[in-house]
Design a protein around this ligand. Sequence first.
Ligand code: AMP
Ligand code: MG
Length: 429
Amino acid sequence: MPSTLSQLTRTLDGYAPDSLRVDVARQAITRFVTPLTETEAIPLKQALGRVLAADIVSPINVPSADNSAMDGYALRGSDLGASDITLNVIGKAFAGHPYPHEVQPGECVRIMTGAVIPRGCDSVIPHELVIDASDTAVTIPSGRLRAGDNRRLAGEDLPAGSTALPKGRVLTPSDLGLIASLGIGEVTVMRKLRVAFFSTGDELRSIGQPLDEGCVYDSNRYTLHGMLLRAGCEPIDMGVVRDDPASLEAALRDACRQADAIITTGGVSAGDADFTRELMARLGEVLFWKLAMRPGRPMAFGRIRDDSGEGKQAMLFGLPGNPVAVMASFYFFARDALAIMAGGTPHPQLTLRVPAAEAMRKKPGRTEYQRGIVGTDAQGRQSVRLTGAQGSGVLSSMSAANCMVVLHHEQDSVAVGEMVDVLLFDGLF
Ligand code: AMP
Ligand code: MG
């Protein structure tokens, strides 16, 4: 791993800080960050969304014994032949209540789904396939069953000693169930990433303050708080910081002492005061980029150090001020970096291809993320339309959206009916 960001960016193909492609910026960021090392053991029920610090290895076979996939009769496959056969029913096997004896040739056992296959048996005939059945005997038609049918083998889901879930996995509800099925009640996870954030801007007011002329309420800290929680981080809200060098320096040092990563919003555009660059450069190594992206053109990224104390370091993401730009830059840059820092793997960006319900204007040479709504028409056909005004300050159109339409770097304007990539905001989990 290169020790400085400028060393790393020199090795990247197509690195151009003043018109940086989204994919190149993502590479720079995800290659530069390194994972935490501290772990903690926690009860399984508290582990949803946490990152596994070690593989989960199955201590048992799942299922633990061969068992029936059907309600029917367990029998010996070697009894099956060219003609119908009649077997004596010698007992019952229910889930949790196995038949205790060995089954001999010419015998069978009434069995329910999930019950352990009795010793001697290897096959189950579903009850709807038998011809004649009484409490004591059953006739099985020829040619309807092969030896081994309707049997779930021990260890078929997971053999003992196999890796059930890999280190780095972000635990989902099904993972919790899978771990429980192994009889494991405590898991070792990475400690949560601490992420400090603050907003910069003299025009910003916090909730509860009067809204002076020309001022806006700070919404970025709320969006960030939500996105950080969703990303499994521990958010540290540091409030609004005034556009002045001393306040900004104090806030950055304070954040650096408390957190693994710092997210600031505002103050990184070309029109903003130069002191931000000078200050960030003095505290560590921070690069200022102009991204070939919309929304969210300016961004700062790097690492700063608080040398007044123990020399603690923190990654720094200087996001733009505009509310929608903050969300886009968080989703497409900060989130993956935070996932890697937290010891996990970046979320694959699963795009779907959907026809455009309306024309979309786009210039080649930058990546655009437009806010969209995927919907279904009366004929059941899916398509995506935009949420209206796409200005980077229009947060209401972000709330109205259920997806981002991803218009790629080389892509041109989109005509009605053309297929576009969308990233849905919500999945099943
Ligand atoms: P900046 O990047 O600082 O030039 O900010 C760009 C625009 O975003 C300006 O109109 C700001 O007022 C607005 N803005 C910046 N920070 C926030 C915030 N925390 N909440 C809401 N709007 C913001
Ligand atoms: Mg500003």
